[in-house]
Design a protein around this ligand. Structure first.
Ligand code: ADP
Length: 461
């Protein structure tokens, strides 16, 4: 698997690199070969023309200067061949040849000759050669009865060009090998953390229940993979936290449901066993069964509310909060056993979700009543400034100790002091907090003076 990833990326990069190298080699060799070839070709041409000039200067028809010239010339007679034809009046044309020239011409004429340019030709027997005639020269002031032909073999030039091509190919090959090796090493270095990341992710996928707790080793480099791994670890951490919270929630919920179910089953069994002989147990059993099933119903309703609140997307409208809070407080003062006082700033409006505001207020009023002695007043106040609206519900009850001020908003949390004395399931404040968060607000609990607590909900306007 590891090898495959390395190979895939390394192969892709190598392919691009090889293509690039090929392109550069082709361009570079064309340029070098053209420049060197042209330069060499010019040198050869220059030499050939030089020979013609030398010949013209020294040659006079019918004199022996040709032999003097031949003796004094530094011309390479193996690669350069000269033929001079002298036209004599009334006589046959006379030819003078430099050494090897005759043999060269004979060999050349045995095969076919291809004309590449006006002066450059390729003969199958002798190879590439350059041919110049005296008439090609612009400074042709010599005797017109004398004609000069010079052939210069370009074998040296061809050999040089071949050597150059081979050299360039060799260098390209060396670069290809070194480059490929370097790419492989680099790809491996860059890919290793990604391969590890992929491997661990697969392990996590295979065993989700245990592996959210795993953290990936964070590589120092490359920076992008480092950042990716850190982000991935954060994701794992929050998934792990969430998973633990979910487990706790399910276990708490089952525990809360277990108690009333056990009670109900206990009374059903009692009636079953003793109902006939002792019918007096039936009303008591029914009372408890009713009580416990009601408790279960409340719990299930709360769970549903919480689950709904988790998925809820609140559609806000302009709400006259002063009116809503006043109406709810008035309505509840009729059914509550504690007097409700209101201090409501008039005409406070905000973009809000009316149902949620009512639910929050009702929940906090219920708690205020549950956790305060009879007849102590509950105060509902609403104040606002330019930015925020604050809804406060103050009671004079048992209060919340400092170390529990945050905990009470957790699901199923109940203070130990109330666990056995006051009915409840510990979900009310969790639902309230969820609704406040969905409304982009905040909720805190403070101490009331001289006693009790104040729950303050701050919402944006
Ligand atoms: P429940 O009231 O069903 O226990 P809540 O989530 O509404 O669940 O409250 C969680 C805990 O917070 C309560 O058990 C109680 O200990 C504490 N609490 C809530 N409201 C008040 C209050 N007004 N005064 C004192 N304690 C409170």
């Amino acid at each position: 698997m590891k090898k495959n990833i390395f190979n895939t990326s390394a192969a892709k990069i190598t392919k691009v690199y090889a293509l690039l190298l090929l392109g550069i080699t082709v361009i570079l060799s064309s340029v070098i070969i053209s420049v060197v070839g042209l330069k060499q070709f010019q040198v050869q041409r220059h030499e050939a023309l030089g020979i013609v000039r030398g010949l013209k200067r020294s040659f006079i028809a019918n004199r022996n200067d040709w032999y003097w010239w031949r003796m004094g010339s530094s011309m390479d007679t193996d690669t350069t061949f000269v033929r001079i034809s002298v036209a004599q009046q009334g006589k046959k044309q006379r030819y003078l040849y430099s050494p090897n020239a005759k043999a060269f011409l004979a060999t050349k004429d045995q095969g076919s000759v291809t004309h590449l340019t006006a002066n450059t030709h390729y003969a199958t027997k002798t190879g590439l050669f350059y041919h110049v005639r005296a008439s090609d020269l612009s400074t042709n002031k010599a005797d017109p009865s004398v004609r000069y032909d010079i052939w210069v073999k370009l074998n040296g030039l061809t050999a040089l060009l071949w050597l150059l091509i081979r050299l360039i190919l060799l260098i390209a090959l060396v670069f290809l090998i070194i480059g490929t090796w370097f790419i492989y090493l680099l790809a491996r270095k860059l890919n290793r953390p990604l391969v590890e990341l992929t491997g661990t992710t697969k392990v996590i996928n295979q065993d989700i229940s245990n592996n959210y707790k795993r953290q990936l080793p964070v590589p120092d480099s490359p920076q992008e993979v480092h950042d990716l791994t850190v982000a991935f670890n954060q994701l794992l951490k929050s998934l792990s936290d969430q998973e633990q919270a979910d487990r706790r929630f399910v276990s708490n919920a089952s525990h809360e449901l277990k108690t009333p179910i056990a009670t109900i089953r206990g009374y059903v069994s009692l009636v079953d066993r003793r109902g006939d002989a002792h019918p007096e147990v039936i009303p008591t059993a029914l009372k408890y069964i009713d009580q416990e099933s009601e408790r279960m119903q409340r719990l299930v309703e709360s769970l549903l509310k919480l689950s709904r609140a988790n998925r809820l997307e609140l559609k806000t409208t302009a709400v006259d909060l002063s009116a809503v809070v006043q109406a709810t407080a008035t309505h509840y003062s009729d059914v509550m056993t504690r007097p409700i006082r209101t201090k409501i700033q008039p005409q406070v409006t905000a973009q809000a979700h009316q149902d949620s505001i009512e639910q929050i207020l009702i929940s906090l009023l219920n708690n205020a009543q549950k956790y305060s002695p009879a007849e102590t007043p509950i105060t509902v106040s609403l104040t606002a400034d330019d930015q925020t609206v604050t809804l406060a519900i103050a009671d004079q009850g048992i209060g919340v100790p400092d170390d529990q001020k945050k905990l009470i908003f957790g699901r199923f949390y109940r203070a130990s002091s109330v666990r056995n004395s006051v009915a409840g399931n510990g979900l009310g404040l969790a639902i309230v907090q969820q609704l406040v968060t969905l409304s982009h607000g905040q909720i805190v609990v403070r101490d009331n003076q001289p006693q009790g607590s104040v729950f303050m909900v701050t919402l944006p306007r």
